[in-house]
Ligand binder design. Structure first.
Ligand SMILES: [Zn+2]
Length: 412
C-alpha cells in the first residue's frame, strides 16, 4: 500500500439546461444507448470475458461507422462489458437498457468552470452546450482537481450531468496512530505515539439504541398489518416518518462524529486506523458486538464520514482486518475470556482490559505489524493496567478513565 498515491474521487451532480436546440443531443443519447445494447447483445452471446484489445477489434469499426467518435466507442464497449459482467455475477438476465444515459470521456467534452458551461462532442461532429444549474461555491471546490469522465442523463424531460473529479491526496506524515473501534453503544478512539504509548482515549455514545427503537416500531406495525400496511394511508405515512427519522439521526450523527474525529486526528497528525468491515462480514458473521437486527449499514455510514473527513484533511486512512480484535490479548495474543461486564481477561498473561479499549489496542498492534517495514511487529503497546491511569488523560465525562473506572461510564 505504501508509496501508492491515494486519490479522492467526487461527483458533482447538477441539472443542465441546453443552450439552443437539443435535438442532436437526444439523437446522440439514443444512438449511444442502442450502441451499448448491441454490444451487450453480442458479448452476451459470446459467453466469456473479453480483453479490451479483443473488444476493440470486435466493435470499434462498427461503432465509429455509426458516426460515434473514437472515445465514445471505447466508453461504450467497456461499459457494455461491465454491465454484462455484473449481470452474470449476480446470476441475472441479459441487461436491457431503457434509460437515456451516456458516459463520456474527458476527450469528448470541455468544462468551462468560470461560466459553468459544458460543451459535448456528439456523433457526426455535432456539438451541444449545456449550462450547469448549481451554485458557484459547489463548482469552486473543484478548481485544481482533474475531471476525467462525465455521465449525461435525460430523465423526465430534464438533463442531468455528473462530472467526476479526482485529486491526488498528499498525505501528512503521521506522528501518531489513531485506532477506532465501533460497536453498538460506543465509538472508541485511542491515539498512540509511534513508539506505542497510549496518549489519548475518548469514547462517544452512538444513537444505535434510538435507531433500533424506531426499527422495532416499524417492524411491529408491519407484523400487525402484514398485508395491508402499504395500503392504509395513515400506517404507510407513519412508517415513512419513522424511516425518515432513522435516516436523519444516522446521517447527522455520522457527519458530526466524522468531523470531530478527523479534527482530532489532524490535531495529533494521526494516521486513522479503521476496521475493514468487508472482512468482518466474510470471516466473522457471528461477531457479538454487532446487532443482527441492525446489520452493518450504520457502521459503514460512520466509517464513510470519518474516512471522508480525514482524507479532506490530507490524513492517511488505513483499514485493518478486525479478526481477533475482540478475542485476542493485545499483549501476548492469548485468548481473552469474559471477566465481568464488558471487561476481558487474558488466560495466558493476566491482562485485563475494557472490551472497547482492548479492541483499539489490537487494531494498533495489527496496524504496526502490517506497516512496519522490516516486517517485525513494532514496539508492543502499553496496554493500560486496571489500576493505571494512561498518561495524558484527564477525567472529564467524555474522556475515558483508567480501566477500573471504564465501567462507570457505562452506567450513565
Ligand atoms: Zn495476554
Amino acid at each position: 500500500m505504501r508509496g501508492e498515491e491515494p486519490t479522492v474521487v467526487e461527483a458533482l451532480k447538477a441539472r443542465a439546461l441546453p443552450e439552443g436546440s437539443y435535438d442532436h443531443l437526444l439523437e446522440f443519447l439514443r444512438l449511444y444507448r442502442d450502441a451499448v445494447q448491441s454490444v451487450v447483445d453480442r458479448i452476451w452471446s459470446i459467453n466469456k470475458k473479453l480483453s479490451w484489445k479483443k473488444l476493440h477489434r470486435l466493435f470499434y469499426s462498427d461503432l465509429v461507422g455509426r458516426g460515434l467518435r473514437a472515445h465514445h466507442a471505447k466508453e461504450i464497449y467497456v461499459y457494455a462489458e461491465s454491465l454484462v459482467d455484473s449481470a452474470r455475477s449476480n446470476g441475472g438476465r441479459k441487461p436491457v437498457l431503457r434509460r437515456l444515459s451516456a458516459r463520456i470521456d474527458k476527450y469528448d467534452y470541455g468544462l468551462d468552470l468560470d461560466n459553468m458551461v459544458l460543451t459535448l462532442k456528439l456523433h457526426s461532429d455535432y456539438e451541444a452546450k449545456l449550462k450547469l444549474v448549481t451554485s458557484r461555491e459547489r463548482i469552486e471546490k473543484y478548481r485544481g482537481w482533474s475531471n476525467y469522465e462525465i455521465v449525461v442523463k435525460y430523465e423526465d424531460n430534464e438533463f442531468w450531468v455528473s462530472v467526476y473529479f479526482r485529486r491526488i491526496v498528499k498525505t501528512i506524515k503521521p506522528k501518531s496512530v489513531m485506532a477506532i473501534d465501533l460497536n453498538f453503544d460506543n465509538v472508541t478512539i485511542a491515539i498512540f505515539t509511534l513508539n506505542g504509548r497510549l496518549t489519548k482515549l475518548k469514547r462517544f455514545k452512538t444513537p444505535h439504541r434510538k435507531i433500533l427503537t424506531y426499527k422495532i416500531w416499524i417492524e411491529r406495525i408491519q407484523r400487525r398489518y402484514p398485508k395491508s400496511w402499504r395500503f392504509i394511508k395513515g400506517v404507510r405515512k407513519a412508517i415513512k416518518r419513522h424511516g425518515k427519522k432513522i435516516k436523519n439521526i444516522s446521517w447527522d450523527y455520522s457527519h458530526k462524529i466524522g468531523d470531530l474525529i478527523a479534527e482530532l486526528a489532524l490535531k495529533y497528525h494521526s494516521v486513522v486506523v479503521l476496521e475493514d468491515l468487508d472482512e468482518l462480514r466474510e470471516n466473522n458473521k457471528k461477531d457479538k458486538r454487532f446487532n443482527k437486527k441492525l446489520g452493518l449499514w450504520f457502521y459503514r455510514r460512520i466509517q464513510f464520514c470519518i474516512e471522508y473527513e480525514a482524507r479532506e484533511r490530507n490524513l492517511e486512512v488505513v483499514k485493518i482486518n478486525p479478526r481477533g480484535t475482540s478475542s485476542k490479548c493485545p499483549r501476548c495474543i492469548g485468548k481473552l475470556v469474559e471477566y465481568g461486564h464488558r471487561v476481558l481477561r487474558c488466560r495466558e498473561c493476566g491482562f485485563i482490559g475494557d472490551r472497547d479499549v482492548t479492541a483499539t489496542l489490537n487494531l494498533y498492534r495489527k496496524y504496526v505489524f502490517k506497516h512496519s517495514r522490516c516486517g517485525a511487529p513494532g514496539v508492543a503497546p502499553n496496554a493500560p493496567k486496571p489500576d493505571e491511569n494512561p498518561s495524558g488523560m484527564r477525567g472529564n465525562q467524555d474522556e475515558a478513565m483508567p480501566t477500573s473506572s471504564y465501567m462507570n461510564s457505562y452506567e450513565s
